[in-house]
Design a protein around this ligand. Structure first.
Ligand code: IDP
Ligand code: MG
Length: 145
């Protein structure tokens, strides 16, 4: 019997305003491409409150939601769609844990991030946490896809 075919997934990545402001978009995308994932779509743009409410629907009402929105509105960000087998978990692994102070060395957040004393954790990147979230988030940022 033949192996089951590996399903090609997509995930939604955001290079957050801190990554853009610090000139780290190239470094993050370098890691993504070196890992072997394909960039399907990429745009630098600003967010707005409505978009962020859709994107961060599961966090609306949490204590860090308002600072998170202010942070995400603080400058341009880069939205990216990546494609590859198991890219949802693969990008989360490249990104590292949410808290950049303790994120593992070797990860984007662990190598390039730190605590800046802000009300919200500034951790450079977002990656979808499941294929269901990815489908919803890609629809939010790239309705044409
Ligand atoms: P994730 O980005 O690792 O998936 P989530 O729990 O989905 O983490 O949180 C979304 C974003 O909100 C985080 O990336 C971080 O910027 C911010 N955040 C999460 N938890 C906290 C917190 O407890 N305090 C402040 N900011 C937080
Ligand atoms: Mg999340």
């Amino acid at each position: 019997m033949s192996e089951p075919e590996q399903v090609v997934e997509r995930t939604l990545v955001l290079l957050k305003p801190d990554a853009v402001a610090r000139g780290l978009t190239g470094e993050v995308l370098r890691r993504v491409e070196a890992k072997g994932y394909r960039i399907v779509a990429l745009v630098q743009r600003s967010a707005d409150r409505e978009l962020l409410a859709a994107h961060y629907a599961e966090h609306v009402g949490k204590p860090f939601y308002e600072p998170l929105v202010e942070f995400m509105l603080s400058g341009p960000l880069v939205a990216v769609v990546l494609e590859g087998q198991r890219v949802v978990e693969g990008f989360r692994s490249l990104a590292g844990a949410t808290d950049p102070t303790t994120a593992a060395p070797g990860t984007v957040r662990g190598d390039l991030g730190r605590d800046w004393g802000a009300k919200v954790i500034q951790n450079l990147v977002h990656g979808s946490d499941s294929t269901e979230s990815a489908a919803r988030e890609i629809g939010t940022w790239f309705p044409e896809l």
